[in-house]
Design a protein around this ligand. Structure first.
Ligand SMILES: *[C@@H]1O[C@H](CO)[C@@H](O)[C@H](O)[C@H]1NC(C)=O
Ligand SMILES: [Zn+2]
Length: 443
């Protein structure tokens, strides 16, 4: 088509208006994200009320039903709802946590609560990856769906929960066991994943269970000059050697590419405690009668917890070597019926295929399903037999959660909104029951 001068001028002006309009839209989307990032919700004293007020105001602006629930005083959980046209179908829970880990301000290029947008388009803030991005992307996706007059068939809930970074006991754990949660009739949960430095997104269907173990050795004390067998120090060191060899064998499986990080048992020494204190440090001419070491162990859902415990009792801390062991935490890898706690990724779980297709439709790629290497709040939902998918749409992004200079590029953030728009549309439109996909079948 050939445009005459006047028409092409009109077309140009319209184009300019459209571009300016989308720039205004982009800057308000980013500024809402920055507003959330600027609220200092760092442990150990997060400003939960400020975050809750902000989130409730966002919910109101989108005409969502809202409540702020204090399962524990001073720790509000904000619950927003977009009711579906068939509220009897199991609902969809878009889950995120509001707290973030502490940061060493002096080691950051920009203050961790400045939400500084640099000239490259990177937004620096604690929580930009973990996981205020996701919480706001859910809201922005809903804003777009509402603008397009989309009507969800299933009800959608958004939960913004406290305390994930300190174990979720006063947040997700209580929430998942509450009557409120039961009343929500949740069919599937979306929760956090990890950034991916490659151009595909990462998705998680399970996580490793933490076992925090302390081993203790006892032995006869003796003069620092004396050579003798079976001191507490010697007994502990033997254990540390054995555990170190086990650690290397697991790590080799990862290094050689036979297994992914989430599929091996990791074990790392986190403390050593021994010696006889003196005002100037430690007594130097005395071999102590006790020595302890602490280990953070993580078990994939496919590991055999009984055989590991036998290994601990027989090799890592055998009573024959005057050693004992105890656990500061010992999370289950199986549910009450003995099945590994995981979300199915096969066709028996309709939510999985829906997510993959929706991401593809929005121009994203998904990698192989993975086991999350650490713990997230997803476990409290999976424990109840619910499918929970760990997904934070950040590709081409270094993994900086809990690190200095955590950032997210604005274009990745904006793309993630489109990805969620596509997922939410697909999930909220699924018209059959689809309550499968968890580790238990009876639900
Ligand atoms: C364990 O402790 C007993 C009693 O103190 C001692 O006789 C024995 O030699 C110790 N054994 C080892 C392997 O440390
Ligand atoms: Zn997180």
């Amino acid at each position: 088509m050939v445009l005459n001068g006047r028409n092409s001028l009109v077309a140009l002006v319209l184009l300019a208006i459209a571009v300016a309009g989308s720039e205004v839209e982009e800057s308000s989307v980013l500024s809402r994200f920055q507003q959330y990032l600027k609220i200092n919700t760092a442990q150990p004293s997060p400003r939960y009320q400020e975050a809750a007020d902000f989130l409730v105001s966002q919910g109101k602006a989108l005409s969502l039903e809202f409540q702020s629930i204090e399962l524990v005083a001073g720790k509000p959980l904000v619950l927003l709802k977009w009711e579906g046209t068939n509220p009897n179908l199991p609902s969809i829970l878009l889950y995120s946590h509001t707290d973030v880990v502490p940061s060493e301000h002096s080691k950051w290029a920009h203050h961790p609560f400045s939400a500084h947008l640099d000239s490259n388009g990177n937004i620096y803030a604690r929580g930009s990856q973990d996981m205020k991005c996701v919480g706001m992307q859910y809201l922005e996706a809903i804003r777009r769906l509402k603008a397009e007059r989309f009507r969800p068939l299933r009800s959608l809930y958004l939960a913004f929960s406290p305390d994930e970074e300190i174990g979720g006991h006063d947040g997700a754990e209580k929430f998942a066991r509450s009557e409120i949660f039961q009343g929500m009739n949740v069919g599937v949960v979306l929760d956090e994943g990890l950034a991916s430095p490659e151009d595909h997104y990462r998705v998680f269907y399970a996580e490793r269970s933490p076992w925090w173990m302390v081993i203790k050795a006892v032995g006869s004390p003796g003069h620092g000059s004396k050579l003798y067998d079976n001191s507490a120090m010697e007994n502990l060191l033997k254990s540390i050697e054995i555990i170190t060899r086990f650690r290397a064998s697991q790590f080799d499986l990862v290094k050689t590419g036979f297994k992914a990080e989430g599929d091996v048992v990791s074990v790392n020494m986190v403390f050593l405690k021994a010696g006889t204190p003196s005002p100037t440090g430690f007594v130097m001419n005395l071999q102590p009668s006790e020595a302890e070491a602490g280990f953070d162990i993580r078990l994939p859902p496919t590991a055999d917890p009984e055989s590991l415990e036998r290994r601990i009792a027989e090799e890592w801390a055998p009573s024959s070597r005057n050693m004992s062991f105890s656990f500061k935490q010992k999370a289950r890898t199986c549910d009450k019926s003995g099945k590994p706690i995981l979300t199915k990724t096969d066709p028996s779980n309709p939510w999985w295929a829906l997510l993959e297709n929706a991401v593809q439709k929005a121009g994203g790629k998904i990698g192989k399903p993975e086991v999350f290497p650490a713990a997230t709040d997803s476990r409290y939902f999976r424990e109840r037999g619910l499918p929970a998918i760990g997904f934070s749409p950040m590709a081409n992004t270094p993994v900086l959660l809990h690190d200095h200079n955590e950032f997210l590029h604005k274009d990745e953030y904006l793309k993630g909104i489109k990805i969620y728009e596509s997922i939410i549309e697909a999930y909220a439109s699924l018209d059959h029951q689809g309550r499968d996909g968890g580790s238990r079948d009876e639900l």
